[in-house]
Design a protein around this ligand. Sequence first.
Ligand SMILES: [Mg+2]
Length: 176
Amino acid sequence: MPFPDLAARLAQVRLLVFDVDGVLTDGTITISGARRWSVTDGFGFLLARRGGLKTALCSGRNDPEIEARAERLRIDALRLGRMDKGAGVTELAAELGVTPAETLFVGDDLFDLPGLAAAGVAAVPADARPELRRRADWVLSAPGGRGAAREVIEAVLRARGDWERVLAEFTGGGDD
Ligand SMILES: [Mg+2]
């Protein structure tokens, strides 16, 4: 972790804001307009909700597939068709009643740089553009669309001390 105090900062996070293409997906969109969504990441959103975290999407694109996915994952708030990710992050934090310092943003490409700057914790998938990796507080081990969201969600739940409780709902106990 590039910042020694990252775990302490993750413990303050209450809202996770994700860019969509290249973060929740591998960045590809088929000619018919379909994306490939990760079931593993999708399940992470259920864990986030059970752990008391709020979630939001902020994308420059605005199409029904993203809305449908957000509804299925029961994401708390959306900013679609929003090119200004800095304003998007600030607005989402205000809408959901958290401070920017309590907000973590995940983005992968140049449009996301203002979002990284606006959030308390700036995270990027392993395969984000180099300009983003240089400015991130946290470069994830997983690439976009293949575990990046799940990695963020589990790490924040662990840092906040909520992971064991969430896990216990599946194991029937508190063991890891
Ligand atoms: Mg992107």
